[in-house]
Design a protein around this ligand. Structure first.
Ligand SMILES: [Zn+2]
Length: 445
């Protein structure tokens, strides 16, 4: 009966702890078996392989930064590191037990954790003045043998960014499995070419750019990841190197931004590249090192509306469909408001085309305050009436609730209108380019 229990029950349980969960998925990918089916006897089979990998020249340096210089894999006082590493991992396997209903392990909470694990076995469970990821620990933390074992496979999952590591965590098991497989693919390539160079990396030094790069890659490779997945990605950027490693940085990529990335990448990828390129102060090879304003704003919940507009050219990047998806999904705007802004934009565009009054367009582009913007609307409405066009631009209700609702910013409203006007007047502005420029110059004089 006990044997049956062992087959049915899983040693590994997902915990919500990013280090342990990533380790579990790495174990799964490394052993090419669903993690819930793996028992200590089977795990033994590849211990020699993983030890050899960790002791290889290319991986040594990474292991040092992940598990410090005191780990079984790195400690210089251990003459036979191979034996020390193997003994450590086999020792953990011998202590494996099935999860119960309670326990002192801070990760799974379903097994007891003794002895206390330190930084050389679980990254960042430091001592003394070290900034500790896991609160409340003065020296080390309580991890059970199974969770500790899983964490030993973390290097296969990590992504190098400069001299730190990016650890991705998502509630979506699809994404976790994809990232784990990606790590194993990297390893297999190294084995095939007999060129061991350590953790996965693409030369990125900037962690935000790396996160967006990985997200784009994930979206491209996982066609079955849809917005409904609500994956919410958290990136932990850390190093466990030396006496005082830098504090861990956490970047959260909201679902709304991820959904937007999925949408724009699948619908209009070239426009997305143009928008991102505008976010770099300089182009070309800077993109792996320098921070990008578009990425930053998306992560900080700030608007990128102006990046959809080429004000010099009076043109737009992408189209209303993508732009309005961004407004709704990422900026959280109500559909009714978006529809009203589109309608008002269309009315202004049609008015400019019919009356040839591009001066009003310049007025809109150069207003410096809410009051002057309101004045431009008034002037346009008067002109519309004088020219027998359908007026007014909007109802009082639309003005209060949709153009300038509480908490809105006049400039954002103006920019959304400009996007729509430029898009609708694209052919007109092209045809009349010289005339428009002439009027603009005379105005400046
Ligand atoms: Zn545990």
């Amino acid at each position: 009966m006990i044997e049956d229990d062992r087959i049915r029950k899983s040693y590994f349980v997902l915990t919500g702890n990013p280090f342990v969960d990533a380790g579990i998925y790495a174990v799964e990918a490394y052993y090419a078996r669903d993690f819930s089916t793996l028992a200590p006897e089977e795990l033994e089979a590849k211990i020699d392989d993983i030890v050899s990998l960790y002791l290889s020249e290319g991986w040594k340096k990474n292991l040092y930064s992940i598990f410090t210089g005191n780990s079984a894999y790195s400690n210089p006082s251990k003459k036979d590191k191979r034996k020390a590493s193997k003994d450590f991992l086999m020792g953990l396997l011998k202590e494996f037990s099935l999860p119960g209903t309670s326990g002192t392990c801070i990760a799974c909470g379903r097994r007891d954790a003794l002895p206390i694990r330190k930084r050389d076995q679980i990254p960042l469970t430091g001592s003394g003045k070290l900034v500790n990821f896991f609160a409340g620990a003065s020296s080390g933390e309580r991890y059970c043998p199974v969770c500790t074992f899983a964490v030993q496979f973390l290097p296969l999952f990590l992504y190098s960014v400069g001299n730190r590591f990016l650890l991705l965590h998502s509630m979506s098991s699809k994404m976790m499995r994809y990232w784990a497989k990606r790590g194993i693919k990297n390893l297999e390539e190294q084995i095939a070419s007999n060129n061991y160079i350590g953790c996965l990396q693409d030369g990125y030094k900037n962690q935000e750019n790396a996160l967006f790069h990985i997200s784009e890659e994930t979206i491209r490779d996982c066609e079955d990841i849809f917005p409904e997945e609500n994956p919410s990605i958290t990136a932990y950027i850390f190093s466990n190197y030396g006496q005082n490693p830098p504090p861990m940085e956490i970047i959260y990529l909201p679902n709304s931004v991820f959904n937007f990335l999925v949408y724009i990448q699948r619908i209009d990828y070239p426009s997305w590249r143009r928008i991102v390129d505008k976010g770099f102060a300089k182009k070309e090879d800077e993109y792996k090192r320098k921070s990008n304003e578009v990425y930053r704003r998306l992560l900080e919940g700030r608007s990128i509306i102006d990046y959809f507009i080429d004000s010099k050219d009076r043109s737009v990047i992408s189209d209303w469909k993508v732009f309005s998806y961004y407004l709704k999904e990422v900026r959280g705007m109500e559909e009714k408001r978006i529809e009203v802004l589109k309608k008002v934009g269309d009315k202004i565009a049609d008015y400019i085309r019919k009356t040839d009054n591009v001066k009003r367009l310049f007025d809109l582009e150069t207003v410096k305050s809410y009051e002057s913007l309101r004045n431009v609307f008034l002037k346009i409405t008067k002109d519309m009436i004088a020219n027998g066009l359908e007026a007014p631009l909007f109802t009082i209700d639309e003005y209060l609730n949709d153009l300038f609702p509480d908490g809105s910013w006049w400039k954002e409203t103006r920019d959304i209108l400009l996007f729509r006007i430029y898009e609708r007047l694209a052919d007109y502005l092209k045809e009349r380019k010289e005339v428009v420029e002439e009027i603009e110059e005379s105005k400046e004089v």
